[in-house]
Design a protein around this ligand. Structure first.
Ligand code: ZN
Length: 274
């Protein structure tokens, strides 16, 4: 049995049944050491109340989900996206998060210009990073599996995320999510390249076979085909000693269960499958 305090609950895992207050209390009850709130749950709870509860329960905030989503059809919409990212950075500072998780965003509606979208992502991160540096918050680019390139994230490999870090510099890092990187033949090289300073978060769940929904059919650790301990070993070989953030989007299975059962299983699997 692993120490449950090595685990962090990404609130997406129980989002259908628990609000943020219940998530915080659930983490404390199950001995988890961290939490990663989504902004909608944070807004619903209220930032002051959330910070107080998180602090009182001694939880580490392994990340605020999520910002990014930069590409837009015109300059005004792009600027609105930048403004939204600044708000996310401010919220992350308020709850003392270790980083803001950035999901790049996909193609603007009607566009086929993937290089153009990627250029907007670069510019959007650069602008947000300048702001984040000023308030002492780190940004973690989370590359998503290429199946999301059109509608969610056009940064799809750790190599691309590392290139952006090389270009844009201090304060920018990566979130390594096993679900998004396990298939990549260069995963070991790129995790080593990222290194301890850049790996700001480590997310776990599993890839089910068959996967019946591109977004909402992620598995509990141990129920799929990802060699999670192997990827964890690569991440920890860099010197990363952060928490294992459990992030499971599962509309037909885990989201329907009693969240206390979900967290009991999470703690078991942190011991046996991570
Ligand atoms: Zn993730």
């Amino acid at each position: 049995m692993a120490d449950p305090s090595k685990g962090s609950l990404n609130t997406a895992t129980v989002r259908e049944k628990w609000n943020l207050r219940q998530c915080i209390e659930g983490c404390a009850r199950h001995g988890l050491g961290g939490i990663a709130p989504w902004r909608d749950k944070l807004a619903e709870c209220g930032i002051d109340e959330a910070s107080r509860m998180i602090r009182d329960n001694g939880l580490t905030v392994t990340g605020l989900c999520r910002a990014g989503l930069f590409p837009a059809s015109d300059a005004a919409a792009f600027q609105a996206n930048l403004d939204e990212n600044r708000r996310a950075v401010d919220e992350a500072v308020a709850i003392d998060a270790e980083c803001v998780v950035l999901v790049a965003g996909g193609l603007p509606v009607g566009s086929r210009d993937l290089p153009g979208a990627r250029a907007q992502v670069r510019d959007g991160i650069a602008a947000t990073l300048e702001y984040a540096r000023g308030v002492g918050m780190k940004l973690a680019i989370e590359p998503l599996h290429p199946m999301y390139a059109a509608d969610r994230a056009c940064v799809n490999t750790l190599a691309h995320a590392n290139d952006l870090c090389d270009e844009l510099g201090e304060g920018l890092g990566v979130a390594v999510d096993v679900y998004h990187v396990w298939w990549d033949p260069n995963v070991a090289t790129e995790i080593a390249r990222a290194g301890k300073d850049r790996i700001l978060a480590f997310h776990v769940c599993d890839w089910l076979v068959p996967t019946t929904d591109l977004l909402l059919d992620r598995g509990m650790m141990g129920d799929g085909v990802i060699d999670i301990p192997a990827i964890r070993a690569m991440v920890e070989a860099t010197g990363f000693d952060g928490l294992y953030e459990v992030e499971i989007f599962s509309a037909e299975n885990w989201w329907k269960r009693d969240p206390d059962e979900v967290l009991t299983t999470v703690v078991e699997r942190l011991g046996s499958a991570v």
